[in-house]
Design a protein around this ligand. Structure first.
Ligand SMILES: [Zn+2]
Length: 129
């Protein structure tokens, strides 16, 4: 069984099987170093969106890596990606709904505060000629 020529961060040889016909796995192949860096930078930038969405994106990225490395079965990965996709949509709808409810709550609060102010001030907003 072939082994990746890369080294693990903790020391010792990398145990991931290398890419077909290559010396390194996807995680160690010098040709993919730029792509890996770009992916890392991108996921770092969009981290704040939602922890739930970030978690799914991490899993999808891992899944993609595993397919590239030949660890994950392509069929299984495709099904998993579909499930993640549906889940992601559900999370997005939920977060939008939450946002809307929050907004409605704030508008109600604002309206109530305005009403209180009008009652207290005795027509502070009305014109007195
Ligand atoms: Zn490796």
């Amino acid at each position: 069984m072939a082994q990746c020529a890369g080294l693990k961060a903790k020391g010792g040889r990398c145990t991931t099987p290398p890419l077909r016909g290559e010396e390194w796995c996807y995680g160690h192949h010098p040709a993919y170093a730029d792509t890996r860096r770009r992916n890392a930078a991108r996921s770092h930038k969009t981290r704040s969106a939602s922890p739930e969405i970030a978690r799914i994106k991490d899993k999808l990225a891992t899944l993609a890596d595993e397919v590239m490395e030949g660890v994950a079965d392509r069929g299984d990965a495709a099904v998993a990606a579909q499930v993640f996709n549906v889940y992601l949509r559900a999370v997005t709808v939920e977060s939008k709904l939450k946002e809307q409810l929050e907004l409605e709550g704030r508008i109600e609060e604002l309206a109530a505060a305005l009403e209180r102010q009008q009652q207290k001030g005795g027509g502070g907003y009305s014109f007195t000629g």
